[in-house]
Write a protein that binds this ligand. Structure first.
Ligand code: NAD
Length: 500
């Protein structure tokens, strides 16, 4: 049976009225399991008006009370972890342990946001001039919005709305139309946690809803995560209408393997980070760069049997599965097409997972792990983000050639180096033009109290996600210079004030 999903406006589930829907698939079976309403511009506007009406009273609550809503939200996330993970896996296809990680990484940002009273304290200078005090305060933007991707349907919405809400904003979330159920469940949990109705509204939709958000005169800031072309589009259109916008885009993460690296550790790291979640992670390692042919041969020899024996299956198969299907048939065909292009352009496909079929799930979007050797930097599989269980090996003859490759690639989200040499690792961290760097750590996703963000074409706009930057992004600074009447001793001054 196909379920009709809703929007979540004013604290309630609201049916779509545009008459447009998109299909939500079960990636393991290929079946349509739900219909997702695609909002019209009018429906977006109604949600914004609802948010505007609810925001002033929410912002007027003291920061401790807003933080307590986050505290209770964290408790409810723990309570409902199994339910959330199941709903997430059913629409996304990732394994249950991985889905729990998706919820957990969002929950940690909610936990960090409990510290809002500390983060929002502002600054104060007593006697900045004679009889003059100066203070800066952080005030909410009003209504903020988040537009999020399919690959982390719990974590990324929480990265957006938790800091925005705790700063006193109302929020419009436009999650991915491919797996919209978990964001709706999160909105319900926030109401249960004590968030006033209308402060968080979830609008489901596609480009029509996104464009309405980008052009809305009453939305003050937008946080986007998704592919680079859409990130660039959202940034230009959103900033053109005068908003504060931060957009996080695609990635091509290189892992450099030095000759002195522990090869068992390298292979474990590559298997987990390249193939986990079927490679549908913006921090997945998609390029291995072994330095020297001997390093490359040792790496491929150990890695190939591990890739061949990866366990692939539906999330319902339990903890024994390493990764599941790709999110849609369209994604499956795109990934397969890119693998074909790699073969045509002359790369060596050491492990070929293209014909993998899952017994009993023949219509699912499964693809086996693929391992390429002898990839060169002019090939499409090197230039493009594949977003599938595919690792490309590009052999480098020296450390300089390896670091140069990562520096020259247009994406700059994450990278890693595996070595026992502190000097090389230190040089790498200092010179690389990439936002998140791992030293013997393959997926260096910063924790909630640091900030997350790439460089180059992996980001458009200022400030990172979560950590202190999120409090800066979702607030505006106002600085007050105050002198009381008894302190006004001289007459008018026509030159710029200087506090000597
Ligand atoms: P996507 O760009 O297709 O979609 C992202 C959001 O934009 C969705 O909400 C979608 O509805 C909307 N959208 C899609 N097409 C649009 C259009 N033409 N106009 C306006 N809005 C549109 O991305 P995706 O496939 O859902 O997610 C995968 C991508 O996200 C990958 O490139 C991945 O690297 C990236 N990602 C980046 C980060 C990061 O922090 N840098 C994190 C996770 C995912």
């Amino acid at each position: 049976m196909t379920t009709e999903l809703t929007h979540f406006i004013g604290g309630k589930h609201v049916q779509g009225t545009s008459g447009r829907y998109s299909d939500v698939f079960n990636p393991a079976t290929g079946e349509v399991q739900a219909k997702c309403p695609l909002a019209s511009a009018e429906e977006v506007r109604a949600a914004v008006e609802n948010a505007m009406a609810a925001q002033p009273a929410w912002a007027a609550q003291n920061p401790q009370r807003r933080a307590r809503v986050m505290m209770e939200f964290v408790r409810l996330l723990h309570r409902d972890m199994d339910k959330l993970a199941e709903a997430l896996s059913r629409e996304h296809g990732k394994t249950i342990p991985d889905a729990k990680g998706d919820v957990q990484r969002g929950l940690e940002v909610a936990e960090y946001c409990i510290g809002a009273p500390q983060m929002l304290k502002g600054e104060y200078t007593e006697s900045a001039g004679p009889g003059i005090d100066m203070y800066s305060m952080r005030q909410p933007l009003g209504v903020a919005a988040g537009i999020t991707p399919f690959n982390f349907p719990a974590m990324i919405p929480m990265w957006k709305f938790c800091p925005a809400l705790v700063c006193g904003n109302a929020f419009i979330l436009k999650p991915s139309e491919r797996d919209p159920s978990v964001p709706l469940m999160l909105a319900e949990l926030l109401i249960e946690a004590g968030l006033p109705e209308g402060v968080l509204n979830v609008i489901n939709g596609d480009k029509v809803a996104v464009d309405a958000i980008l052009d809305d005169p009453d939305i003050g800031g937008i946080g986007f995560v998704g592919s680079t072309p859409i990130a660039q589009y959202v940034y230009s259109r959103g900033t053109a209408s005068g908003k504060r916008v931060q957009c996080f885009g695609g990635a091509k993460n290189h892992m450099i393997v030095m000759p002195d690296a522990d090869m068992d550790q390298v292979v474990d790291a590559l298997v987990g980070s390249a193939y986990g979640a079927a490679g549908e992670r913006c921090m997945a390692v998609s390029v291995a760069v072994p330095v020297g042919d001997d390093t490359a041969d040792r790496m491929i020899d150990k890695l190939a049997p591990r890739v061949e024996s990866l366990k692939i299956g539906p999330y319902t198969a339990g903890n024994d599965v390493d990764f599941g299907p790709l999110v849609t048939r369209e994604a499956h065909n795109r990934v397969k097409g890119l693998i074909d292009s790699g073969v045509e352009q002359g790369a060596k496909l050491v492990v070929d997972g293209r014909d993998f079929k899952m017994q009993g799930y023949e219509d699912g979007n499964f693809i086996g792990g693929c391992l390429f050797d002898n990839v060169t930097t002019d090939m499409e599989i090197y230039k493009q983000e594949i977003f599938g269980p595919v690792l490309s090996t590009v052999r480098a003859s020296s450390y300089e050639e390896a670091i140069g490759m990562a520096i020259d690639h247009e994406y700059g989200n994450g990278t890693a180096i595996f070595t026992r040499d502190g000097d090389t690792a230190r040089d790498f961290a200092a010179r690389i033009n990439i936002g998140m760097v791992g030293i013997n750590v393959p997926i260096p996703v910063p924790l909630a109290y640091h900030t997350f963000g790439g460089w180059k074409k992996s980001v458009f706009g200022d400030l990172n996600q979560h950590g202190p930057d999120a409090f800066r992004f979702y607030t505006r600074t106002k600085t007050v210079t105050a002198r009381w009447p008894s302190g006004v001793k001289e007459g008018a001054d026509f030159s710029i004030p200087v506090m000597e």
